[in-house]
Design a protein around this ligand. Structure first.
Ligand code: ARG
Length: 571
């Protein structure tokens, strides 16, 4: 690969310029540039070596570049800014890189994850509460990361860590006994459970006795009371059915669905381990881990009434996962409010000797302009309703843009476009920024949206068909890729950055790095398409351009797929 070859060259250049120097573990590597004005690849090693060499980085870079001629693929080398080495490739070298990429099913994306196991904990809604729009971010972002890591070669174990053992069951069991409407439960189970929960919750706010009773029901359940267990099983079953329908629509599947209850039996053992490691202490009747020295406050692991906490379950889960799967890394995807929780859990688990890298990927809450999302208040916009609305609106768009398409196909396309649009709103922004969802943005045909990319993909994919119609004898693949026009060069350069976008999105836990890349690619493609002749170009140039189109279409399709978004061939 070109990148490796260029990295080797910079290493040689530095060693040739400073033969006496021991560079220790210094890394000599080039990276694809963000912007073509900095060349195709860039090396920033000179800045890092300034300390060892006691010389200004610019002079170090200059010396290296003068010491060793670059490989023949390089057109020119520039030393820029504080000491960057910018490499500009020859057009022929770029064309060669694209040939290589085109011949690879993985489009040149390496698989550094081979032989490495990662557990991904995402979605994880709470049983007997509807899966509302706030959960969509965990599911959508988590699933994109899941796909990205698998593509990078990792063995990914996705685990839906359902909240099936929380405090809500006390309120729910009590409410169920008092406010249940049998018919409604049969007709619309999820809604009815939600109604019961909300009613019980509201009553608990005004009525202390009610609140105490609910707490007692919870303790009974946790101690294995058969009647309460039976009710609990019913709630879990009903909720799973409802969640399953949403996952099907979103194209999400899990390797494991192990809720909190799965670890329930292990909780006393966790307490034992914490105590014997000297990590837990009694405080006002509760058992706590005092992490105030770490600036992590206090983490309660067993409450006064004997009930265990969310954190206790997460520590038990971690220990069990390490024991069973020995993963290299565990990645949790939740909203920002759980940052302290995970810092506490990670800290305590490490103190217990847990080895995997522990990563909390948190995201800001999603805001709809017209509502907030708190289940507790019963003010919920459900995901299902949001997806229905998305498909309905997408169907309007498809009907206008493709009136001649058969109705079945319009509906199928509208499904892919509508679901893709909702997902993409999440995926196209830095997870940590606040997302305001608007339909205009989600469905924008001329902006950074899924429909825009899906349309671009379908249009680009049709270029080859038009070529075949016009030149039935033509054999594109017999012609080499040629890079000539400046806009063609830009497009080619961007295509070669695809692997970096995929790995960058995975490594930084930011699917938006890939989304931004795809959007940028389709914009550059548009100016390419508008500025150079295609089917009217002379033979050879024409074939090369059709092949470039093909590559762009493949990159878009693969990239969208990694984000969990379908790219229909026809729109
Ligand atoms: N059920 C939790 C919630 O909805 C999320 C669980 C995240 N995963 C975990 N291992 N704690 O807030």
């Amino acid at each position: 690969m070109l990148e490796r070859q260029l990295s080797e060259w910079v290493g040689e250049a530095f060693r040739a310029a400073f033969p006496e120097t021991d560079f220790g573990g210094a890394e000599f590597a080039v990276y694809p540039t963000k912007d073509e004005s900095f060349g195709d690849y860039q090396c920033n090693a000179a800045m890092k070596l300034a300390g060892i060499l006691k010389t200004a980085p610019r002079n170090i870079a200059r010396a290296a570049v003068d010491a060793q001629a670059p490989p023949e693929e390089v057109d020119r080398v520039e030393v820029a800014g504080p000491g960057f080495i910018n490499l500009f490739l020859k057009n022929s070298a770029l064309a060669g890189a694209l040939e290589e990429m085109g011949g690879d099913r993985r489009l040149g994306v390496p698989d550094p994850g081979q032989g490495r196991t990662v557990i991904m904990d995402y979605s994880s809604p709470n049983v007997a509460k509807p899966m509302h729009i706030g959960h969509i971010r965990s599911t959508v972002i988590g699933n994109a990361l899941d796909r990205l890591y698998r593509f990078a070669g990792y063995e990914v174990i996705s685990d839906n860590h359902l909240g099936d053992w929380g405090t809500q069951f006390g309120l729910l069991i009590l409410g169920y006994r008092h406010f249940r409407d049998g018919q409604a439960l049969e007709d619309h189970p999820a809604e009815e459970l939600e109604r019961i929960y909300v009613e019980s919750y509201n009553r608990s706010k005004e009525d202390d006795t009610w609140r105490d009773q609910a707490r007692q029901e919870l303790v009974k359940l946790q101690q294995g009371d058969e009647e309460n267990l039976e009710l609990w099983r019913t709630f879990v079953e009903l909720s799973l059915k409802e969640f399953g329908a949403v996952y099907d629509r979103l194209g999400v599947r899990f390797d494991l669905v192990r809720g909190e209850s799965w670890y329930h039996d292990r909780l006393p053992d966790v307490i034992g381990r914490l105590e014997s490691a000297g990590l837990a202490e009694e405080s006002e009747g509760a058992l706590i881990c005092d992490l105030s020295d770490e600036d992590l406050k206090v983490c309660i692991v067993r409450k006064k009434d004997g009930a265990y906490n969310y954190a206790t379950t997460d520590i038990a889960t971690l220990l069990a996962r390490e024991e069973e799967f020995a993963p290299e890394r565990i990645i949790y995807v939740t909203d920002e409010r759980q940052q302290l929780h995970f810092r506490q859990v990670f800290h305590v688990s490490r103190a217990l000797g847990v080895k995997p890298d522990l990563v909390h990927v948190w995201f800001g809450l999603m805001r709809l302009p017209e509502a907030t999302f708190s289940t507790r208040e019963g003010n919920v916009i459900k995901l299902e309703a949001l997806l229905d609305e998305a498909e309905r609106r997408a169907l309007e768009v498809v009907k206008t843009s493709s009136p001649e398409m058969p109705a079945d196909q319009q509906r199928e396309v509208a499904r892919a476009v509508g679901i893709g649009a909702v997902k993409y709103v999440d995926l196209s922004q830095n997870p940590q920024s606040l997302v305001t969802f608007t339909w205009d943005k989600a469905l924008a045909m001329d902006g950074n949206s899924a429909p825009y990319l899906q349309y671009a993909h379908a249009r680009i994919a049709s270029v080859r068909d038009r070529y075949r119609e016009r030149f039935p004898e033509g054999r594109c693949d017999d012609w080499p890729i040629r890079i000539e026009e400046p806009v063609e060069r830009r497009l080619a350069g961007l295509l070669t950055r695809f692997p970096a976008a995929v790995l960058g999105a995975a490594e930084q836990y930011r699917p938006n790095i890939l989304a931004d890349y795809l959007y940028n690619l389709s914009q550059v493609y548009s100016s390419f398409y508008q500025n150079v002749p295609f089917l009217k170009a002379e033979e050879g140039v024409r074939e090369s351009r059709v092949r470039l189109c093909d590559l762009v279409a493949r990159v878009l399709k693969t990239g969208l797929d990694l984000l969990g978004i379908e790219a229909p061939e026809r729109i």
